[in-house]
Design a protein around this ligand. Structure first.
Ligand code: DC
Length: 223
């Protein structure tokens, strides 16, 4: 029997994580935050003091790292038995993740780790290439976006809530740079799958977006 998959792709800060977690909870499905796999590798690379352009060394780190995910109320990640959850959301972690995610060899190593999340009764997978590369046969696909201005502001508020020092202009610049890198890379770039429902959440509440995605699933539509 096919295990159902809902993919939610889109740029940084579009709200994919919050929406995906809420939908996974409502459906009692598993949740894959694929960005956290790239972020975990980024932490492993930084810990090993490997240069971001040393592809063979990055591959060695990727192949040997042991990751454990606990997708409870809050995501907890252990890298080689050490809790790295606090480091996942750091700007530097995201920046390096976006650089190393552009290497096709790195993506190939991380592919199986992501596919393994497809378990009964279903999976909500969020990322950049969930609907195009990792789960191309997914029954339900969403491309969730929002303007760069709105996304930067959301990120700024998130950091402030966590009492992390934040500068809106810098966040906007970093976000646009990361968008560019994610969209322009040759392998698995950030693009909407042609059968995805595109949702621009710039002027939508969280509840409204969740409702639209739930409608897609309940109506059994495949765009
Ligand atoms: O979603 P995120 O911000 O946690 O992702 C961090 C980086 O990882 C992102 O800039 C690009 C990369 N990434 C990717 O290339 N493919 C994915 N499916 C998820 C993330």
């Amino acid at each position: 029997m096919t295990i159902p998959v809902l993919t939610i792709d889109g740029p940084s800060g579009a709200g994919k994580g919050t929406i995906s977690r809420a939908i996974a909870k409502q459906l009692s499905w598993h949740y894959l935050d694929s960005g956290s796999i790239y972020r975990s590798l980024s932490i492993a690379v930084l810990n090993a003091s490997v240069a971001v352009d040393d592809i063979p060394a990055i591959l060695a780190v990727a192949k040997s790292m042991q990751l454990e995910f606990d997708c409870g109320e809050q995501l907890t990640v252990k890298l080689n038995n050490e809790d790295i959850t606090q480091h996942l959301s750091l700007e530097e972690t995201g920046r390096v993740a976006s650089i190393i995610a552009a290497y096709p060899e790195v993506r190939a190593v991380l592919l199986q780790k992501q596919k393994a999340f497809q378990q009964m009764p279903g999976l909500v997978a969020d990322g950049r290439d969930m609907g195009t590369v990792v789960f191309p046969d997914a029954q339900y696909k969403v491309f969730l976006t929002a303007s760069a201005k709105v996304r930067a502001l959301r990120r700024y508020k998130q950091l402030k809530e966590k009492e992390i020092d934040a500068n809106l202009a810098q966040i906007t610049q970093d976000l646009e740079e990361r968008d560019r890198r994610d969209q322009e890379r040759a392998t698995a770039p950030l693009i909407s799958a042609k059968d995805a429902l595109i949702i621009d959440s710039s002027d939508m509440s969280l509840e409204r977006v969740i409702e639209e995605v739930m409608n897609l699933i309940q109506n059994g539509l495949n765009w």
